[in-house]
Ligand binder design. Structure first.
Ligand code: PHE
Length: 394
């Protein structure tokens, strides 16, 4: 099945990218200065290998698809656009090194990344300090854009995402007693738990138990046993796909049948591979559904499949949108001045993204709808679109 296995080619590409960046440091910087007059250089920091590799690869492909379309249409102001990608191996310290290198050695005009909020929180202070605009395609923790006025995102934020899943649990699933299993190492997981709990209480639900783990853990049995003793109607697990897949398997091994609920961090073909049958009939919120029949989404899905041989997940759509928003702002900034580029990104209004209409508010966040997806037959099935009260319609 397409969604289960991103093509080998994509992984091979990531490996080649990672290799070429570590092997050709010197060459790269000389090429950069020579290229700067005829090309516009953008930096990308992504988790192309490591525990969140599918996030980085899908995002990279989405960016790459946008880039190909931009360059095929003549580039920007007569210049071709080039993206310099560095793999941070899903690690925080590598993220800092990569961001600094792109800014100080490659002299990129802007940086795209990261996906994981904790790593965007490593990138953002470096970009802000150097006054280089940064757009995170999909980090949803509110703190990311609060770092400063050069930091943007093209995804909704977790107070909204938490509300969506809490409302879905109470209103659609009629779940009253909820358990939480969160990742203490992840700003995303901690924030999303908190926002979920706040809304659930407003909706009249009850949190019967809170348990935690740390990214990289393999055994969740003691937490799950404690949860089982409280007989919740559902368990909210706002983590990333590797741990969530294992949590699902171990919960079923312990005889627990209630649905698991989660957020966008579940969005990976690996979730179905790791979780198998155990993750079926669980629900998560996300940024888009490939089943959305709007022509904009279907055209993106068609082009992406043709280029990368896989159905695009939410990350791919978000990478595409972030690159396109940056391209629109670059068109308005012919001299590539960082401050002017910052102002142009900040002025993004009614951009027709694959993940919805994008208008950035004064906090440099867009307000847009979320979708709820159900895991069914090893893929995500569209269940509902939930709009924030002030969201523009698609
Ligand atoms: N929102 C997650 C975070 O902030 C990242 C993510 C986005 C993961 C979209 C999957 C899909 O950490």
């Amino acid at each position: 099945m397409f969604r289960q296995n991103p093509s080998r080619l994509t992984f091979a590409l990531a490996a080649v990218l990672a290799l070429s960046f570590s092997a050709c440091k010197k060459k790269e910087s000389t090429e950069t200065s020579a290229a700067s007059s005829s090309t516009i250089l953008i930096g990308e920091v992504g988790s192309l290998t490591g525990s969140e590799a599918t996030f980085g690869i899908s995002t990279h492909n989405g960016i790459d698809l946008a880039l190909k379309q931009i360059n095929a249409a003549g580039g920007i102001g007569g210049k071709q656009v080039q993206v310099v990608t560095i793999d941070n191996q899903s690690k925080n310290d590598e993220t800092a090194l990569a961001t600094s290198k792109l800014i100080t050695q490659n002299h990129v005009v802007a940086v795209l990344g990261e996906v994981a909020s904790s790593r965007s929180l490593v990138m953002a202070p470096i970009a802000q300090q150097n006054q280089v605009p940064m757009i995170s395609p999909s980090s949803t923790n509110p703190k990311v854009t609060q770092v400063g006025d050069y930091i943007f995102r093209t995804s909704f934020i977790d107070p909204f995402q938490g509300e969506v899943m809490a409302r879905f649990a109470s209103e659609n699933l009629k779940a009253k007693k909820l358990a939480i299993l969160k990742d203490v190492k992840s700003d995303y997981s901690m924030g999303l738990s908190q926002f979920f709990i706040e809304q659930l209480k407003k909706s009249g639900g009850e949190i019967v138990i809170e348990q935690s783990y740390a990214a990289g853990d393999l055994d969740f049995k003691s937490q799950l046993t404690a949860i089982r003793a409280k007989s919740p109607d559902a368990i909210f697990v706002p983590g990333y796909y590797t741990e969530v897949g294992l949590v699902a398997r171990q919960a079923r091994e312990l005889g627990m049948k209630m649905p698991l609920l989660g957020g966008d961090g579940w969005d990976s073909p690996k979730l179905y591979e790791i979780g198998g049958k155990a993750i079926e009939n669980s629900y998560f919120s996300n940024h888009y559904s490939h089943e959305d029949q709007s022509p904009r989404v279907q055209e993106f899905v068609k082009n992406y499949k043709a280029a990368y041989g896989a159905t695009p997940d939410g990350l791919a759509a978000m990478g595409f949108d972030a690159m396109m928003v940056l391209a629109e702002a670059l068109k308005k900034t012919p001299d590539l001045d960082h401050k002017k580029l910052r102002d142009a990104i900040a002025a993004t209004k009614d951009h027709p993204g694959v993940t919805g209409m994008l208008t950035l508010n004064s906090e440099r966040n867009p307000i847009k709808p979320a979708v709820v997806l159900k895991v069914e037959n090893n893929q995500s099935k569209f269940v509902a679109t939930i709009s924030p009260s002030a969201a523009p319609t698609k």
